[in-house]
Ligand binder design. Sequence first.
Ligand code: SAM
Ligand code: DTB
Ligand code: SF4
Length: 337
Amino acid sequence: MLYAELHRLYHLPLFDLLKQAREVHEAHWPENEVQLCTLLSIKTGGCSEDCGYCAQSARYDTGLTVERLMPCHEVMDRARAAAASGSTRFCMGAAWRGVRGGTDRFEQVLEIVRQVSSLGMEVCTTLGELGPEEARQLKAAGVTAYNHNIDTSREHYPNVVTSHTYDDRLRTIKNVQDAGMSVCCGGILGLGETIEDRLKMLEVLAGFNPPPESVPINSLMPMPGTPMAGHSQVDVFDLVRLIAVARIALPRAKVRLSAGRTALSREAQALCFFAGANSIFYGDKLLTAPNPEKNEDVQLLRTLGLTPQEPNRDLMAPATEAGKPRGPLAACAVSEA
Ligand code: SAM
Ligand code: DTB
Ligand code: SF4
C-alpha cells in the first residue's frame, strides 16, 4: 500500500477509520480471538548497541543488573509455566547486537530452542542480527517466528540508533524470510518521530514480500538513564489510529498491542482491540519492564468477550506474493552484493 493511501486513511474522521479497519478485521479474523505471547529475557543487559530507548544498552546507566545467558533448565521452567498459564507463543529475547554460528552461546541458544519447541507453543526468538546460516540453523532447531523490528522510518532511524543501520535490520529480516521463518516486525511510537515517520514505517512493513506474520506496535516506556527517559506518553488516539491503519494495510498480520499497556486504561485497550489488535504480551514482565498482571488481562478479555487463541504449531511462514517485488528487502540484497 502506498504512502498516500496510508496518509489518507490515517487522517479520516476516527469513526470512519475504525469502521474500515473493523471490516477488514472481521473479514480476516472473525473469531474474536487474541493471541497470548509470553516474553522471556534469556540474556539481559550489557548490549553493545546504542538504541536510545533501550534499558539494556551498555551505553547508558539504567540501573539494570546484567545477566548471563540463562541456563536451559531455567528457560524450560519458565516456558512450561507460560504454557500452563495459557500462552501459545513463547518469545525469547537476548540483548545482543547479533549472534554468530559456531560460537558456544549460539549452540546453547539452539539447544534451548530445541527443548522449548517440544512444549507445543509457537517459538519466537529475538537475538539481534542474523546471517543466512544462523537463520537456517534457528529454523531447523524449531523457531517459528523471528522478531526484528524496524522501529521507525528509515529517515528517523539515525536519530534513534547509530551503532547499526536500517539496512542492517532489513538484511536480517531478509535472511529470516529466506530461511522460511515467519517475520515478526514492527516498531515503537514515542521516539520523537512524526506521524509521517510512523506511516512511512507502515509503508515499509506493507512492502515486505512475504508480508510480516506479526506486527508489534510498542509505545515507548521511557527508561530512566536512556536519552529518551524524558519523552512523554503516546496519545491514545494516535495509537488507535496507527493500529487501525496497520490492520487495513496488513490484513493477515497479527497486530500485537505490545509494550506500554501498563499506561493504558482498560477502555483504551478495548479500543485498540476494536481497531484491529489481536495479540498481546501476556505475563507480569516484558523483557525488563512491567506488563499488566495476568489476572487483569484474563479479566479484561473475558469482559470484552474475547478468547485466547489456540496454538498453531503448524504455523507456516506467509508465502511470497507473486507479481509483487521483494519490496525494500530487494534493495538490501543488491547492496549486499
Ligand atoms: N536485541 C534485539 C533487537 O534489538 O532486535 C531484541 C530485543 S529488543 C529489546 C526488541 C524490541 O523491543 C525493540 O526493537 C523495541 O521495539 C522494543 N523495545 C525495547 N525497549 C523498549 C521500550 N523502552 N519501550 C518500548 N519498546 C521497547
Ligand atoms: C517487541 O516488539 N516488543 C517486545 C518484543 N518485541 C521482544 C519487547 C518490549 C520490550 C519493552 C521494554 C523492556 O522490557 O525492556
Ligand atoms: Fe541491544 Fe536490542 Fe536493546 Fe538495541 S534494542 S540496545 S540491540 S537489546
